[in-house]
Design a protein around this ligand. Structure first.
Ligand SMILES: [Zn+2]
Ligand SMILES: [Zn+2]
Length: 581
């Protein structure tokens, strides 16, 4: 077999590769369990699956057996041969093969559809393609799990067995990927959140997270830094109501276009909605007075609590919730101020993301087919965005035609410590909402003009950002964010007084300190502190009390040193002040 380079960066190639592997999976399963009936087997994000209807209940041991069988198919290096059949013959072929699900799939195809099959060795599958040319091109496969899945995703239909797997052009790439998943599992914010006692989700409020005392510390530190950053950069803070009436949401367009994601209430027999976005409230604040062009831009920042309906199946820890605080801001400006404002926003985001060591790239989404406003307005807006990004030198890609109908937008994609990317920041130019709400400013000519509006959020959702930070840092937060910054642990109860004395000193210096003076073994106390990711763990015994020192263990490095309480205090205060990572 000639050595060839498979371009796995290419989305189509990747999809063909994964999909071909799903055929190999099906061939292997049919070989081992000839009575298995085939349903569907698509490529998905990160891999592929295939659904089977079979008597035998698959277990993990079976997955290894199937994998071995797949290897044989790969080694045989069968070509994938395509052939087409007229409808009746296609149905007959699948009926003869005892594949009722395939028959059903064919019957659902439109009358004039081309019906194609792919054959590899003695195995034939109904499929539209495309695939790789030969089974031997598949190099590294891992079957990951079995799960139940209803035929056609319909719970009134039969439950099938779905095998999930992934594949790569080399064993190294597969290993690297599996290691990354393993690492991601260890960092799962739901698991770490529980261990650190940060937040909770209860059946009483699906998708409505509770923040616990220690989670609130992180949240408040983040928010107060955010507020300071915005104050320094010329934003004024506002807070608008959670509930506003129907008229407002009709004007904004949400009542007609966003209704499925909104929650509603009745007050005095009138319809109200719980806000899914902060924009209309912000516009009312702008509209309270007449502005001169000299006063623009006006920048209103708002930590705004929004509620958006998500299907219960989509909810996921803090990452996907039904209520969250958006670190929102709305900027009202003259059209010619666009470039400068965008530069300032990117600089602000840059400050924020750098603080957490989250490198990022930007995606610019441009004019969609279905858009409001003229092409001139769009190209002026898009050029202002491009110039702004280029002047800062941040890498960016363009998503042609992906903008919202009311204006182009920028998305900021952050890369975490294990190489996953998260879309957090957004910046949206809006040429539409100012018109809907008829907002104005008085220009140099004494006439009314329409301002442009920017919607922007840096974290996106505060809750989700905290979830991302938990996974990014694996719970080992920088000291300024750590809920407990230092814990003093006594070896026996004899040393309680010394511990409490030092705790008082630290507390007076503004350090978040906890004392563990319980009658427990020191090893147990240390394990617990480690599990809670306490950055500085101090051990207090005979030696420490007599020498008026502390034995300090660094939670990040594992180093253990002796120092005086004053020295540790100094060290922590500096680390907090510098917001060191
Ligand atoms: Zn196929
Ligand atoms: Zn907005």
């Amino acid at each position: 077999m000639a050595k060839e380079k498979i371009n796995f960066e290419d989305e189509q190639v990747r999809s063909n590769y994964r999909h071909t592997t799903s055929h190999i999976l099906a061939q292997a399963v049919k070989k081992l369990w000839p009575d298995a009936k085939l349903a569907i087997g698509p490529a998905i994000e990160n891999g592929f699956y295939y659904d089977f209807d079979m008597e035998h209940v698959l277990n993990d041991q079976d997955l290894l057996k199937i994998q071995k069988e797949m290897k044989k198919v790969i080694q045989a290096n069968y070509p994938l041969e395509r052939f087409e059949l007229p409808r009746a013959e296609a149905i007959k072929l699948m009926e003869d093969a005892g594949e009722p699900y395939k028959v059903e799939l064919i019957q659902d195809l439109p009358e004039d559809a081309t019906i194609s099959f792919y054959k590899q060795g003695d195995f034939t599958d109904l499929c539209a393609g495309p695939h790789m040319e030969r089974t031997g091109q598949i190099k590294a496969v891992k079957l990951q799990s079995v799960a139940g899945a209803y035929w056609r995703g319909d719970s009134s239909k039969k439950m099938l067995q779905r095998i999930y797997g992934t594949c790569f052009p080399s064993q190294e790439e597969l290993d690297e990927y599996l290691k990354k998943i393993e690492e991601a599992k260890k960092r799962d914010h739901r698991k770490i959140g529980k261990e650190m006692d940060l937040f909770a989700l209860y059946d009483e409020g699906p998708g409505f997270p509770f923040f616990l005392p220690k989670g609130m510390v992180i949240r408040n530190e983040l928010q107060s830094y955010w507020k300071e950053l915005h104050r320094r950069r010329g934003y004024e803070e506002i807070l608008t109501p959670l509930i506003l009436n129907r008229d407002l949401w009709l004007t904004s367009g949400h009542w007609d276009h966003y209704k499925d994601n909104m929650y509603f209430v009745k007050i005095d027999d009138e319809d109200y909605a719980i806000k899914p976005m902060n924009c209309p409230g912000s516009i009312l604040v702008y509209k309270r007075k007449l502005w001169s062009y000299r006063e623009l831009p006006v920048r209103y920042a708002e930590m705004g609590q929004v509620h958006r309906h998500e299907l219960s199946g989509a909810l996921h820890g803090l990452m996907r919730v039904r209520t969250f605080v958006q670190d929102d801001a709305h900027i009202f400006m003259l059209p010619e101020q666009t470039r400068d404002e965008v530069v300032k926003i990117i600089q602000l985001y840059d400050d924020l993301y750098k603080l957490f060591n989250l490198p990022y790239h930007i995606e610019l989404s441009t004019m969609p087919d279905d858009h409001m406003g003229t092409e001139e307005e769009w190209s002026a807006a898009e050029n202002a965005l491009k110039e702004a990004i280029e002047s800062i030198g941040v890498p960016y890609v363009i998503n042609e035609g992906d903008g919202a109908f009311y204006g182009p937008k920028l998305d900021f994609h952050l890369e975490d410590s294990i190489g996953r990317t998260w879309q957090c920041g957004t910046l949206q130019l809006d040429m539409q909402m100012p018109q809907r709400f008829d907002i104005n400013y008085i220009g140099p000519d004494g006439e009314k003009h329409r301002p442009l509006m920017i919607h922007r959020a840096a974290f996106g959702s505060v809750e989700r950002f905290i979830g991302i930070l938990i996974e990014h840092f694996a719970g080992k937060f920088p000291l300024w964010l750590a809920p407990v910054q230092v814990r003093l642990m006594t070896v026996t109860e004899k040393f309680t007084d010394y511990a409490q004395e030092i705790a008082e000193q630290f507390e007076a210096a503004g350090i978040r300190v906890e004392c563990d003076i319980r009658n427990e073994k020191i090893g147990y106390k240390i394990r617990e502190a480690r599990n809670e990711r306490v950055p500085y763990m101090c051990i207090i015994g005979e030696k420490e009390v007599e020498g008026k020192i502390l034995t300090v263990r660094n939670g990040k490095t594992g180093d253990q040193t002796e120092m005086t309480p004053d020295e540790l205090q100094q060290l922590m205060l500096e680390e907090i002040k510098s917001k060191a990572l």
